[in-house]
Design a protein around this ligand. Structure first.
Ligand code: FES
Length: 101
């Protein structure tokens, strides 16, 4: 799936992935602002992204554990997800994610 990441400075980068999590995809493509400090176990919020509103249907909502973590993240809103909790699949092709500041 091809995923567009939009950095906080407005620049965008398309990353193509076939498995693993969106956090791993972002880190392997050097997406600025996605650090993945906890290694993808939903405990650091350094992989916080805002899903484009029209793409929320594809990613689905955050889980309860994820929501608890997002409460601690700056600027979280209803489109927030921790992208280590989203697995790359064909269903996500074309989605846009804005990296949280
Ligand atoms: Fe730590 Fe996603 S990488 S919460």
């Amino acid at each position: 799936a091809k995923i567009t990441f939009i950095a906080s400075n407005g620049s965008s980068k398309i990353a193509e992935g076939f498995g693993g999590s969106l956090m791993e995809l972002a880190v392997s493509h050097g997406i600025q602002g996605i650090d993945g400090d906890c290694g993808g176990v939903c405990s650091c919020a350094t992989c916080h992204v805002h899903v484009a509103p029209g793409d929320m249907e594809k990613t689905g909502p955050a889980s309860d554990i994820e929501k608890d973590m997002l409460e601690l993240a700056d600027g979280a809103d209803e489109f927030s997800r921790l992208c280590c909790q989203i697995q790359v699949s064909d269903a996500l092709d074309g989605i846009q994610l804005r990296v949280a500041k």
